[in-house]
Design a protein around this ligand. Structure first.
Ligand code: PEP
Length: 252
């Protein structure tokens, strides 16, 4: 059974009140409601309610996404978001272990694993991000680093879950730089991730996304690869015209 493409938007710390709803109505005009892909938009927490209303009113197959979650349901964790709260307000998917969280906010693999498990246990999909830094890439350690991150970040995660585990391979040096990885690099890494997921007992249906400076122009070269099942998209996803073009070109 082939895996359905997923084009997941990560808005990071962008967009103001009203802009989320305006984006979804523009996207609804641009993308066919029968599009053969799953979509997801992850906003900042205070925009989730606005985004949920807009997504619910749209015929697009789009999930509501958050950009992180804590592993505890409640408690003294100022600045964090409870997975319980996110699930209760209708969040369906959570990005976890993004390199900006790992590097700027020092989230270790051990916490990432707890966050992934917490999201899945509450019925939300978890998009687990992994990827090597420029330094690690330059020293030829990419595969070693990425597979170690994968294993450690899945430490707490059962192989079979009701909600979906998605992996996003995002080389840190390709994020927001305009320097996307080459299809050769992505092919090799996704193949290695697929193999490791199998060895760890995860389903062959687990989707593996590529992320890092994807555009409507370069997406076909990634989507042509066997183990690329979609993309996690930053900059390009902020503009509905560009995001819609990426989705369209990614399905050719
Ligand atoms: C990201 O932050 O997950 C990302 C892939 O960003 P960009 O597409 O802007 O490189």
């Amino acid at each position: 059974m082939s895996r359905k493409p997923l084009f997941a938007a990560n808005w990071k710390m962008n967009k103001l009140p009203g802009e989320g709803a305006a984006f979804v109505s523009a996207l609804t005009e641009l993308v066919d409601r029968g599009v053969a892909a799953d979509l997801m938009i992850a906003s900042q927490a205070p925009m989730l309610v606005e985004l949920k209303a807009a997504i619910s009113a749209s015929p697009l197959p789009c999930k509501l996404g958050a950009q992180n979650c804590h592993w505890l349901a409640s408690g003294a964790h100022t600045g964090e978001n409870s997975p319980e709260l996110l699930a209760k307000i209708g969040v369906q998917s959570v990005i976890i272990g993004h390199s900006e969280r790992r590097i700027l906010y020092r989230e270790p693999d051990s916490e990432v694993a707890l966050r992934v498990r917490a999201a899945l246990e509450r019925g939300m999909d978890a998009i687990l991000c992994i990827g090597e830094t420029k330094e690690q890439f330059d020293s030829g350690k990419s595969k070693e680093v990425v597979l170690a991150q994968l294993k450690a970040s899945l430490h707490e995660v059962p192989a079979r879950t009701e909600s979906e585990l998605v992996i996003a391979y995002e080389p840190v040096w390709a994020i927001g730089t305009g320097l996307a990885a080459t299809p050769e690099i992505v092919k090799e890494m996704h193949g290695a991730i697929r193999k490791e997921l199998g060895a760890l007992g995860y389903s062959t249906q687990t989707r593996i996304l590529y992320g890092g400076s994807t555009t409507p122009e370069n997406i076909p070269s990634f989507m042509a690869l066997e183990d690329v099942d979609g993309a996690l998209i930053g900059g390009t996803s902020l503009d509905p015209v560009k995001y819609a073009a990426l989705i369209k070109n990614g399905l050719i």
